[in-house]
Design a protein around this ligand. Structure first.
Ligand code: NAP
Length: 342
């Protein structure tokens, strides 16, 4: 059997490839939409049809051309991304047409992959899109990056930046499960309302309309801050660090406020503060926890089923809108996990 398509894109595999290295905020012209031939399936492989693909902040780092903790995407390469799709043809014994799988085949509509390189999903357990969000990489980032690094104790105060996004919205809720006071920082009033009225955060504020972050944080954190989960860096983080309690723990997850800058922003020298407050400040990349993935997914799925964790997916319709979704996510258009439904 071969996958045939009808309509204007019959028998082509549409792909987004990197066309130029972005300067500042990426532009649509930094990517090109190309019609590639439909991939053919070799022995031990499956042909998958993309159902959902992910747009994530880390992708901004991959397209700068600089090796960070991973190789960059080269000009002319299909853009790298987490993906979920349906098997439409199989030459791999463990998978059959109709099965849903997760892997990282990037921004394209079809891919032929080794069957052993994909993870089979159970659509009865949770919608398959959750493999890119709460039960996938962002969920594991929240779970391990917060619990392992901050080691929160009941009664402590936890501040989360980027708090209405895929990772941050989960961190605040995990903090509540641990018996902590959870305070979120995000860039829109409806995000603040979502956190405080639906997710159970004890307080939140809009950093775009709040003039004095320090005064606001003092009001929301009367006992100071014990744990800080940092998704954004910049001025927000400079302010939070100044309000940490002695022996506080800081998990450096992301620095999104800096990703589109051409030159690093000068910051305060914080090591004196780290010294006198005896802070533990630790960065992490979620792949560090890959051997414990099953533990994290099981716990998150349990909390989800018990209603202790809520999640939201911001779904953009149509493969052709992938780049717009990516740029929109970098600008804060999403609440919860930004996905593209292909
Ligand atoms: N360490 C790891 O292994 C790992 C893994 C996954 C993600 N991360 C990091 O975690 C962070 C969140 O990722 P995510 O997938 O959950 O994305 P997300 O929060 O769902 O989406 C990105 C959000 O960043 C916020 N933002 C954009 N520019 C900002 C700025 N200048 N200042 C403050 N906030 C800004 C926007 O929300 P607002 O409306 O609030 O501005 C936007 O919605 C990112 O920094 C990402 O790089 C790290």
């Amino acid at each position: 059997m071969s996958a045939t398509r009808v309509g204007p894109h019959a028998n082509v595999n549409r792909q987004f490839k990197l066309a130029a290295r972005p300067v500042g905020l990426p532009k649509e012209s930094d990517f090109t939409l190309v019609d590639a031939p439909m991939p053919t399936v070799g022995d031990g492989q499956v042909l998958v049809k993309t159902a959902y693909l992910s747009v994530d902040p880390y992708m901004r780092g991959r397209i700068t051309g600089i090796r960070t903790y991973a190789d960059p995407v080269n000009i002319g390469d299909v853009m790298e991304a987490g993906t979920v799709g349906e098997v439409v043809e199989s030459k791999f014994p463990g998978l059959a047409p109709g099965d849903f799988v997760h892997s990282n085949w990037g921004w394209q509509e079809y891919a032929a992959l080794p069957g052993k390189s994909v993870r089979k999903l159970d659509p009865k357990l949770a919608p398959v899109s959750t493999a890119l969000g709460v039960l996938g990489m962002p969920g594991m980032t929240a779970y391990f990056g917060f619990l392992d690094i901050c080691k929160p104790q009941s009664g402590e105060t936890v501040v989360v930046s980027g708090a209405a996004g895929a990772v941050g919205s989960l961190v605040g809720q995990i903090a509540k499960i641990q018996g902590c006071r959870a305070i979120g920082i995000a860039g829109a009033d409806d995000k603040v309302n979502w956190m405080t009225k639906e997710l159970g955060f004890d307080g939140a504020f809009n950093y775009k309309t709040t003039a004095d972050y320090s005064a606001k944080l003092k009001e929301l954190c009367p006992k100071g801050i014990d744990c800080y989960f940092d998704n954004v860096g910049g001025k927000i983080t400079d302010t939070v660090l100044g309000l940490m309690n002695g022996f506080g723990r800081v998990s450096i997850c992301g620095q999104i406020s800096q990703y589109n800058l051409e030159k690093p922003e000068p910051g305060p020298r914080i090591l004196g503060l780290v010294l006198v407050k005896q802070l533990k400040v630790e960065g992490f990349i979620v792949s560090r926890f890959v051997n414990r993935w099953a533990e994290g997914i099981t716990q998150m799925a349990k909390w989800l089923a018990e209603g202790k964790i809520k999640h939201r997916e911001d779904v953009v319709q149509g493969f052709e809108n992938t780049v717009r979704a990516f740029i929109g996510m970098l600008q804060g258009e999403n609440t919860g996990k930004m996905l593209v439904k292909v």
